[in-house]
Write a protein that binds this ligand. Sequence first.
Ligand code: UT7
Length: 323
Amino acid sequence: MYTSKIVGHSSYLPENILTNDDFSKFLDTSDEWIYSRTGIKQRHVSKVNTSVLCTNAANILLEKFNIDPLILDAIIVATSTPDYTIPSVSALVQGNIKASNAMAIDINSACSGFVFALSTADKYIKCGNYKNILVIGGEVTSKQLDYTDRTTSVLFGDGAGAILLQRTDDNTGIISEKLETHGDKHDFIVSGFTGVNNTLNKEDGYPYLSMKGRDVFNFVTRVVMKNIISTLENVNLTIDDIDFVVPHQANIRIIEVLARKLKCDPSKVFTNIDKVANTSAGSLPIILDEMFNNDSLTLGSKQNILLTAFGGGMSCGSLVITL
Ligand code: UT7
């Protein structure tokens, strides 16, 4: 039976940075409030659209790992902030990087998107017809933010990251997973409303991102905790068998609660939310790239990592991956 192995990684962050102090110049907020409630100090903000960030991340990976784009069989992009409804971001990336042998699809599972996309890529590989799949998570959430709303606009940043998954038979890759959707709680995070607009009806609605922050916080500490434990128990592992827990970077307080409830050594939980804020589907590939680059993680090392993410839908998912 085939499994899928991580053989490449990259990330791309736009050069412009907005600090907490920048926000306090036009909103009733402060660095003290934002940092103490979220762990965020700054976020990158993009002048260009999601497909450009994703293409940049893809090109960095291809160059760094000396990959011919023609070997790619598929490109899967996790995003909830596409440039267009049609075409998909993945189709734009496929054209931009000249990966003419790759089929391309987008996955929208909000901030959980990268976990859902990696799981999907893994299944394509396990079916036997796909060998090399580029999985990208990228967002320009800034275009969906209401910059007069201090409860949401300070939380998010833009960016993209990529992972190359390759078919192998050496028992590495995703060894356990649990993905969940809680559609009854879909109103906890809502963004990008496009109403009916035709000869029969015209619907008005708030087009920006809105969030019930407290409800999200409580959802995460309750549902995600169970999700992680179930993912570990599926393969008879405990948190002590995990070398690094890599959580979606949404809020440092959520990450601390999860680590405490898991009884996980804090040194096993890497965070970069202070620098990048919540980059939604970009969060996990961006932090993974940083961890590979600072030698916390090594390709082919057989380290076990636990990826966990949660977001709109409401959705959540965890993967245990052997590198
Ligand atoms: O990928 C999923 C993404 N979402 C999340 O992970 C969000 C999870 N939730 C959270 O992280 C927290 O709920 C927040 C950071 C969003 C908010 O923190 P909180 O401690 O739950 O604050 P709150 O919403 O209960 O608001 C407390 C006060 C309110 O003022 P009043 O009504 O008590 O006067 C807010 O208006 O804080 C106020 N507030 C702010 N004050 C200064 C909210 N945002 C700000 C702000 N600056 N940026």
